[in-house]
Design a binder for this molecule. Structure first.
Ligand SMILES: [Zn+2]
Length: 54
């Protein structure tokens, strides 16, 4: 079994794979929104162009 990538202690459970709990899953999700990972802003930009918004 893989360890939880957030707390690196508990083993991951199927319900929150690859995390050990909802709390650790939420922590990972927050990293996405706080700039820990690249944000796909370009996609939204392209979508705007497709709709012809000036
Ligand atoms: Zn965890």
């Amino acid at each position: 079994m893989a360890q939880c990538p957030i707390c690196r202690r508990a083993e991951a459970v199927a319900a929150y794979k690859p995390f050990c709990s909802k709390r650790c899953a939420d922590v990972d999700l927050q990293r996405w929104f706080t700039g820990g990972y690249a944000i796909p802003a370009e996609e939204a930009h392209d979508d705007e162009k497709d709709r012809g918004i000036e």
